[in-house]
Ligand binder design. Structure first.
Ligand code: FES
Length: 181
């Protein structure tokens, strides 16, 4: 019945050239805000492989929103909440918590540090939850929670607020969740 109405509505009105919109055309496209509204918890996203992450490697990934950049690395020793057989694999957000300059290119896995930040010289300890070691920042670097399953590394959440966000899960487009979610 609805289909019949829609079809009839799509027909032009005789004599005036007016083309009534179809039901599909009347429904506005899903807005970014509506998509974000569905992300009310952290997704579980594949971000790397234990076997592919060598000593000193630094890889980047976006999580939980497109454009939220983080880095994954294997540091020299065991880390708080580190994963893998030696507990030495960690991930952090790549923005300095002071004023948002990127530190993802300043990661030193051998020294277990990120920084010093090129803006105001903050250094973060990657073995201790991103703790501020020195510099202008007063907030630890947000740590990405990780889980390992069958050698694959998954991001499952973030501890701490990413610089510039009111909520890590809002104000952007979510990365696609892994299939098992
Ligand atoms: S932005 Fe990094 S120390 Fe200021």
């Amino acid at each position: 019945m609805l289909g019949a109405v829609g079809t009839a509505g799509a027909a032009s009105v005789a004599g005036c050239g007016f083309q009534a919109p179809t039901a599909e055309e009347e429904s506005p496209a899903e807005s970014p805000t509506e998509r974000v509204a569905r992300l009310d918890r952290y997704p579980r996203i594949l971000v790397g492989s234990v076997g592919d992450l060598g000593d000193g490697d630094v890889e980047t990934f976006e999580y939980p929103l497109e454009g939220t950049r983080n880095f994954l690395t294997r540091i020299e020793g065991e880390a708080w909440d580190g994963v893998g057989s030696d507990g030495d694999i960690v991930a952090y957000n790549g923005l300095c918590t002071h004023m948002g300059c990127s530190v993802e290119g300043l990661v030193d896995p051998g020294q277990e540090m990120a920084g010093p930040c090129s803006c105001h010289y903050t250094t973060f300890d990657l073995s201790k939850g991103g703790m501020v070691v020195s510099g202008a920042a007063t907030t630890d670097l947000p740590q990405v929670r990780l889980d390992v399953e069958d050698g694959d590394i998954y991001a499952t959440g973030i501890d701490g607020l990413v610089y510039g966000y009111r909520n890590n899960l809002r104000d952007g487009t979510p990365i696609e969740a892994a299939a098992e979610e």
